[in-house]
Write a protein that binds this ligand. Structure first.
Ligand SMILES: *[C@@H]1O[C@H](CO)[C@@H](O)[C@H](O)[C@H]1NC(C)=O
Length: 470
């Protein structure tokens, strides 16, 4: 090909490339398609020139891809660097395995104070995740911690043994239930196909930051607490001979998670017992039933950019012991929450589904000079803590909704101060205070803080979406 014919070709390719550069992130790169198409329809090109043209498209595309890839890699590295020193965010590596069996597992998050003492106020809380396979039976156990369980996916059944009666509840996605320390319980996943996921917030009672699980009746590893007693004690208290005891305990299941039959699950699930409130509920005693975040009420905030479901002790008295609000934010893809801070509540959040990131304002570690931006990518099971008074936003990726379960502790008398959008706190300032604080006329301040007229969930402007960890 002559130098003369190369020039228009190059110009053509560059202009086509420029035209479609904005679509770089689209799924089936339309830029390449378009570029190749342009080559094919050039009348003045012969077959060879067309091929050469297509090759250049390919080359340009590869080049651009690798530049993007480099850029991504650089960004990811930056974020990883930021995340390494981020005491507010906990990832996979901060969980340890408490139980792992063929039928399910329990993972426990490290202490919140493991990496720094910035979260000392919640050192009495631990977070654990339970995943049970279809038809798993989790053997009777108790633990030295008060707990709140939230079902984030699946259908199960939980049975609690009280002093004088038994209570069983069928539980499903969105159900919240309080378990008092030491209450014997067993659980089944009553679904044939779907896994059961439960997030547990625990408040240990013996030691502030640690709890133990005791497996008693039936299967456990290495053995149940019954068997830990001396044989002569067991012989005496159960009035049974050593031989019989040995063969009896020999037979019991050897895991904390066992498999139940379909019939066993159906029989248990049908039994209606212990459900219902204490007589006059909601006026009198607290309801004993689980509370469902999604079924019992409308979201407390919602628009097309997201939904926020919340429940506190006013509505669900079981939460009273914990001074806790449980909430669930479902942020639409390409949307974000309003920046806000909690006046005194500390927010412990876990990502249930989707991707995105969080940005939070925190005082400089030195406490001497201003603030620093804490930023972290969010993926399923990422845990992040937002201390009281710390302004923050949560942003969903362009591709998926971001669903986050939150435990807000220290909730009594908490106020959520919105920093932008409908209902933001600046709107309440006096005229003079607005003008003094922002050194602008009141109309200007009003305009700036009045432009965003959505409440709580906002769309993310397009040009700002490039760094959302996709
Ligand atoms: C979150 O919102 C999406 C729609 O945007 C919906 O399909 C999904 O079911 C919602 N999740 C929950 C838990 O409500």
């Amino acid at each position: 090909m002559s130098a003369k014919s190369k020039l228009p070709l190059l110009i053509l390719i560059l202009s086509v490339a420029a035209l479609f550069a904005g679509l770089a992130f689209a799924k089936q790169d339309p830029e390449l398609k378009q570029c190749s198409h342009q080559c094919r329809v050039q009348q003045q090109f012969d077959e060879k020139q067309k091929q050469e043209c297509a090759r250049k498209c390919e080359e340009y595309h590869q080049d651009k891809k690798s530049r993007e890839w480099e850029e991504d890699k650089k960004q990811t590295k930056e974020y990883e660097e930021e995340e390494k020193h981020n005491p507010y965010v906990f990832e996979d590596r901060h969980f340890s395995t408490a139980i792992k069996t063929g039928k399910g597992r329990v993972d426990i998050l490290t202490k919140f104070t493991e990496n720094s003492d910035l979260l000392r106020a919640i050192e009495n809380y631990r977070l654990a995740l339970l995943v049970a396979d279809p038809r798993a039976f989790i053997v009777p156990n108790h633990f030295d911690a008060n707990a709140v369980f939230v079902v984030t996916q699946g259908r199960g059944r939980i049975t609690l043994i009280h002093e004088d009666k038994r209570q069983s509840f069928n539980i499903e996605t969105g159900d919240i239930i309080r378990i008092r320390a030491g209450t014997p319980l067993y659980l089944i996943n009553r679904d044939d196909n779907e896994k059961l996921f439960i997030v547990k917030l625990l408040q240990p009672v013996n030691r502030p930051d640690y709890y133990d699980v005791f497996y008693g009746a039936g299967g456990a590893k290495p053995k149940s607490f019954f068997e830990t007693f001396s044989t002569e004690i067991l012989e005496a208290v159960l009035k049974t001979s050593r031989d019989k005891l040995e063969s009896f305990f020999e037979k019991q299941g050897k895991d904390a998670f066992l498999e139940a039959s379909k019939e066993q699950i159906e029989a248990m699930s049908r039994r209606e017992e212990g459900t219902g409130g204490g007589g006059m509920w909601p006026f009198g005693a607290e309801s004993k039933n689980p509370f469902n975040l999604f079924r019992k009420r409308r979201p407390s905030k919602f628009n097309k950019y997201g939904q926020l479901f919340e429940v506190d002790a006013d509505e669900f008295k079981q939460l009273k012991d914990f001074d806790l609000r449980v909430s669930y934010a479902n942020i639409s893809r390409g949307s974000m929450t309003a920046p806000f801070y909690n006046s005194r509540a500390i927010k412990i959040s876990i990502v249930v589904q989707g991707q995105g990131y969080i940005e939070m304002v925190a005082p400089q570690a030195s406490r001497k000079s201003g603030y620093e931006k804490i930023r972290s990518r969010l993926r399923p099971d990422t845990v992040f803590v937002v201390p009281a008074g710390h302004p923050f936003v949560t942003v969903a990726s362009r591709r998926t909704n971001l669903e986050i379960l939150c435990f807000e502790v220290n909730i009594a008398n908490n106020v959520r101060y919105l920093l932008a959008g409908e209902g933001n706190f600046v709107q309440q300032f006096e005229k003079e205070a607005k003008e003094l604080a922002f050194k602008s006329r009141e109309e200007v301040v009003n305009r700036i803080f009045g432009n965003q007229d959505e409440e709580f969930f906002f769309p993310v402007p397009r040009q700002q979406r490039s760094r959302d960890y996709e």
